[in-house]
Design a protein around this ligand. Sequence first.
Ligand code: SDX
Length: 433
Amino acid sequence: MTDQTHRTAKLSVGEKTLDLPMYSGTLGPDVIDIRRLYADGDVFTFDPGYTSTGSCESAITFIDGDKGELLYRGYPIEQLAEKSFFIEVCYLLLYGELPTAAQLEDFENRVTNHTMLHDQMSYFFRGFRRDAHPMAIVCGVVGAMSAFYHDSTDIRDAWQREVASIRLIAKMPTIVAWAYKYSIGQPFVYPKNSLDYASNFLNMCFSVPAAEYTVDPILSRAMDRIFTLHADHEQNASTSTVRLASSSGANPFACIAAGVACLWGPAHGGANQACLEMLREIGTVDRIPEFIARAKDKNDPFKLMGFGHRVYKNFDPRAKVMKQSADEVLGLLGIENNPTLQVAKELEKIALEDEYFIEKKLYPNVDFYSGIILDAIGFPTSMFTPIFALARTVGWITQWKEMISDPQLKIGRPRQLYTGPTARDYVDVEKRG
Ligand code: SDX
């Protein structure tokens, strides 16, 4: 905790006036420490959805929602997306600093040499129906890692935490690629140590034993950038899920599986699949007003997928980079006239001029353009969220390591505002009305 300047916030609760300590971080709003509130004031705070609650102290990622700023260990996402690459970003997130050339080579070698799965795990995939959503397979197989890698499940052992981290970052591309291959009935393709992280993933997804396959460098660069843009995002729903699961001392594989499950929701990581499906349903620019009207209609549960964000109230910097990347990739592939991209651009333009979206500060988020690139690379929409999970694994792991190594770690156990029945006696069935 930085800046213990002993400032306090005064809170009057009935006859009591409580002095609650306040702290400042290096960036962002100050916090009010309410840990003594129940003991001293006999009241809880109430913040469903955690719109005003800081759950932890963290030094990993910072978001300024008004400025549209996203920093990984202090480095702006725009610079990392342009100048860095995912394995280097993984090192930065995990260890807090950009690596030297020697550190990067060692780290990349450690990841590369952990990309294979225990071969017995291939039977897990075969237990699923072929039409299972790949997220169901990824969630199951990641959790099952705790049944195979017992030598890296003791969270009290720093070395085991390190090994588990490398294994998860290294094996997620293999798991996600094999989930895809299983869903399309093609044989699993093993990792190749000669390929970089993104190229290895694309090769495992798109190569087949019957033909030669060379990864298109345009696509691997685009894939790598998508991984970087999705790597971490402070205390979002799935990261908070990983932290809460970790607080009980559960093993890292189980905690990451919990994060995968949470990410799947369409309000969170599932939005990239839902967004492309929405753009395809809109189909042509002339149908956009119909969908804008539905998004504004209080009686219609429809929301513009890929729009809005709890934190970003100006623009999502990742969406800006993703939009540039979509233009670049589709242009290089000669499909810049992709109708879905045209609909997305026109939808963004119309929505951003509409009073409803302006007043509610709804802008495209990371999921709005990502699906267009993933579609151009060749993925079905069902693979969009598993790819998000692949990229976010380094963020989940980094947040997990930060939490587990905190000597003041406590199990997360929120309270509630109870509005149910008061105590009452049991009534025998013969006497019930
Ligand atoms: C991710 O937290 C993270 O950091 C997440 C993420 C990450 O990297 O981990 O950034 C990844 O999850 C991005 C978000 C992907 N989800 C979507 O694109 C789904 C569509 N968006 C919405 O479901 C919504 O915007 C959320 C869930 C993203 C944010 O919801 P909030 O912060 O709880 O805001 P809200 O639902 O209270 O919305 C405020 C108002 C509401 O209207 P009122 O009740 O005030 O009248 O805006 C409306 C909402 O109805 N609104 C929308 C809308 N999003 C919000 N109306 C139409 N279309 C939308 N997309």
